[in-house]
Design a protein around this ligand. Sequence first.
Ligand SMILES: C[S@@+](CC[C@H](N)C(=O)[O-])C[C@H]1O[C@@H](n2cnc3c(N)ncnc32)[C@H](O)[C@@H]1O
Length: 272
Amino acid sequence: MAVAGDEKRRTAARALWARGDYATVGDLVAGAGPSLCERVGVAGLEVLDVGTGTGSTALAAARAGGRVTGVDLTPELLAVARRRADAAGLQVEWQEADALSLPCPDAAFDRVLSTFAVMFAPDPGRAAAELVRVCRPGGVIGVCSWTPDSVFGRLGTTLMGFLPDPPPKGPSPLDWGEPAAVRGFFDGLPVQLSFHHAAVGVSLASVEDAVGLFEERSGPVMAARDALGPAGRWPEARAAMAALFAEADVATDGSLRMEADYLVALAAVGPR
Ligand SMILES: C[S@@+](CC[C@H](N)C(=O)[O-])C[C@H]1O[C@@H](n2cnc3c(N)ncnc32)[C@H](O)[C@@H]1O
């Protein structure tokens, strides 16, 4: 039963992330990857990027001299990542995989990274255990996740607030943006945790441009629009998204510039 349930969950997650055009949406926040690579150091090391999507962090690690493997549930996104690597002349191993059961040997990597991806795996404790299992003692895990108060954290909660049936109680992806919760996910595992706050600048032509881009190209926002459409609530939710972007706007020239805050959780892996 658990296996059938897992496959159903994976199929649903793949459909969500394959929708729209994640390459364009992900490129808006692609600055997080190089900055994580710089923080943990990757040159000459074996690096795994979990939930690589269209590959921005894996490609940043390869550019910085890592020997990189990028894994993701969604084959459509891996195909984009592969094309991008080929176009840039970068060598990366791409593999379809679930963060909850990585097809990698124990202690295979020196650096295990994830930008805005492990946060979406439904069982955070199991995901944390997998990250630790594949990282060698002496290695470092680096996970970037939106904080609940960040513009993208608030986007999720704002849109969910319009849904007639709130999602079942359980872990929220945004828990990965809170140090106390992350400590709980790694509880009992041989790691030393530290946390940093960072932000990635997101620039678009205007608030309206941003709203149009998210409603047409972001799988999760498109799913919210579908769910709210029949009750006629999408215009209200769309207006709330516009208000959120306008509130986050720090541009002074009429364009849109948002600083999207995120938490960087670092886990230094000790002997088992
Ligand atoms: C917001 S995107 C982030 C992609 C990329 N890391 C980036 O920074 O642009 C979330 C990614 O997590 C992947 N994902 C979601 N659940 C996953 C799981 N259980 N295992 C592996 N990947 C998963 C999705 O397919 C998607 O590519």
